[in-house]
Design a protein around this ligand. Sequence first.
Ligand SMILES: C[S@@+](CC[C@H](N)C(=O)[O-])C[C@H]1O[C@@H](n2cnc3c(N)ncnc32)[C@H](O)[C@@H]1O
Length: 898
Amino acid sequence: MGRKAEFDEKPKKGPGRKARKQGAPVFRKQSFAPQEEEDKKLSHRQKQRFVKREQKKVVQKAKIQEKRAKGQQKQLAQRQKKYNSDSEPEDEVVPEDGGASSEEEVPQLPPAGKPQKGFTDENDDWLKPKKQQKQKKVPQPEPDSEEELEEEDSDDELEAEDDSDAELDAEVDDEDEQEDEDVSDDDDAQVGKLADLSDNDDDDDANSDDDFDISDEEGAEAGSGSEDEDDEDDDEDDDKLPIERANKKLKKREAKEALEAEEEMQMTVDHQDVFQLPTEEEEAEKDITLQDVQQRIKDITLVLSDFKKYRQADRSRSEYIDRLRQDLCLYYSYNDFLMEKLMDMFPLSELMEYLESSEVARPLTIRTNTLKIRRRQLAGALINRGVNLDPLGKWTKEGLVIFNSQVPLGATPEYLGGYYMIQGASSMLPVMALAPQENERILDMCSAPGGKGSHIAAAMKNSGVLFANDSNRDRIKAVVANFHRLGVVNSVVSCEDGTKFRKIMTGFDRVLLDAPCTGTGVVSKDPSVKTTKSDVDVQRCYNLQRKLLLTAIDCVDAKSSTGGIIVYSTCSVLPEENEWVIDYALKKRNVKLVPTGLDFGVEGFTKFRQHRFHPSLNLTKRYYPHTHNMDGFYVAKLKKFSNTIPITKEQQEEDEKQLDEPIEGETTTEAAAEGAAEDAEENADEKAPRKLLGKRAGKPSLTDIDQDLKKKKLEANKKKYVAKVFEKPVKVAKTPKPDQPQETNGAPKSQKKNKPQETNGAPKAEKKEKPQFKPEQAKGKGKPTKPEAGKKFPSQPNGKASPGKSAAPKPEAKKFQPKDKKGQAKQQSAKPAAKPKGNATLAKAPRIDADDVPVLEGKPIKRQNNLKQKSKQIGQLKKSKTGANPNPRGGKKQKFKK
Ligand SMILES: C[S@@+](CC[C@H](N)C(=O)[O-])C[C@H]1O[C@@H](n2cnc3c(N)ncnc32)[C@H](O)[C@@H]1O
């Protein structure tokens, strides 16, 4: 008010209120006058704020001083004296204010004994920056009105009064900025608001405090260097808002944590370096948990990922691999045999994926029976029943995937009405590859329970004829039931041994061989596979599959105008049951692999460990649970290009006998040697010129020059493709007869020698026949030598699967023993009763599953076929036997000789 009086006249223009304020050069002396008068001028709010502020200050001061007091009692006592002398007059101001009403009363300072407020030169240094901070941080807002102006004035006055406290205030404020800013709430709204972002919330406050505490501690830990940096940062931070400072500290802390995490990881990795493979004693002593096993799997995986770096110097890779295999067996409940097979097939990382996904059930899928309904209609009907479904994929027009269902899918009216078949996604693939056409004659050789058979019928639109065969009498009933339900009317259902089907009926346009197998691709459906399958099972399947496939090929008419197609499939992932079988067929029949027409799937193996298959095996397809979310599956599509069989009848018979021979439960190295010898024998067969059969019999032979050229060509190809493919399964371990001394091993040789004598003159004609057969294959057949054949069946070399195996390799001479045995086998087959007599192990040998045991039924079909439908091939064979080749046996023997 007084200021007004100083102006003579109001300036019309010029600076505004701010300028006026600034322009007022005269400070009233009353500002320093006793507060009584001033207090009266304070508004109620001002008074409240003032009191608040003062109270706060006192509390803050008390806190700080308490802290200091602990470590600096003496020093502080001196300071106190000094301080008392310096600040007494100012302090006295406060009590003077005390004359105000109790509401406005400024809280009394703590007793003089304690170091209270103010600072000396000694603590001036560390207080200074904070004072600056305070000054910068709390700019005074400009008053907008007269009233505010008054308030400001009074505030100014108050500040002036508390000048001595101001520095201490700064210190206090800095100790707890939030609280300080709280004090200046309304008037300092600008600052207050920003500070309130964190301050008003107690929790946040607490958190931020914690954060700072931590960072302070960390700073202390980091050492003096970082403290200095922090000090510098603090100076810089003075310009920043609290939230910015908090953010900066947070970032710092995060960076530090990241660094620590990295160090920790490195330490962990370094720790792995010293992963110790447990010794056998340690193993025996320690009770191992599943977690331990899991951890060890991880550890060994890491070691194997960089073997040089992480290995123990005294441990070999195979030791780690053995340990890993055992651990995987334990963890995933596999037997050693199957785990070893899988480890051979997949790289380690993929193996883990495969094993993991094999633990999970595949999605439930159904196939629309297009004979009765369209997929869209079926989906609608099922959705109405509360089934949650989707189309299975772009690759199929019939498949639906079921996510969940409120009704059992095997009991819906739609199911009972034959609108769909519950079928795994992978089961749809072979029929798609087969691509059945309308009005064709198609054979489904192993049909039960009829899933794929009914799919074929649907593709044929119930036209033509579908022969659905299965050797299992019980299972064949399911075929009939399903065909009835699904409305399949173009089919003939038979129950025959598939391997004999060529004698029943041939001339099919297409044949599907969905072969019986070990089921290693469907462990999620049938976990017992993980523990029950052995090398004997695989060998048994391998034998049966080869026989069935050769028969399937023989049943197809290569001259079919629409087909001439054979599709082979299994739900096994083992190469022995897939590529091995196909490769065998490529050698034994005039077929070639063609693309399956399936646009997804992994290529079949062209090599597997030390084995090499025909390069065209890459046209076959593999399916895995971890890559396709389907059961493990295999599909191969063959095209028959000639009805001629590129091997002699005798050889065929011999092959069949070989495949018929039972397999002993425990394989031995002797058996391996036997197989090796047989391989060698067969290789000799391949090299030998063949007797012409069928149409080509008697036709002009290749000249010697041609043969030389051919040999050279084969040699050249040999470099590209070394076929070691056909490795026979391990068969019965026939113990040598006691009365057969070592010398008897030579007997087969002498027998062989006799053979060629009977077969003179045939080679050239044989060569003539060969062009129909792929040169690479022919070469491949001829190639495997004894050492290669010695590798035998993949399970054989490691010798782990069969406990009975002897580790010692058989002497070379013994490899020829099988021939002798073969001769025996022939004799035995002629006299079946004598067979068990000759070899006790044969009687014990496990037989083929009930499924696989030929059940010769359906006689009428057989009879009918015997009467009406005689295979061309059989005819040709007979012809060659009787006419074209006057001495077929001689032809065979000659081959052996060569
Ligand atoms: C994989 S299942 C066939 C599944 C069938 N394709 C389907 O989709 O429903 C193999 C079948 O082969 C049959 N089987 C086994 N040995 C056989 C043989 N020697 N001749 C014919 N069928 C045989 C089994 O009875 C079994 O039903």
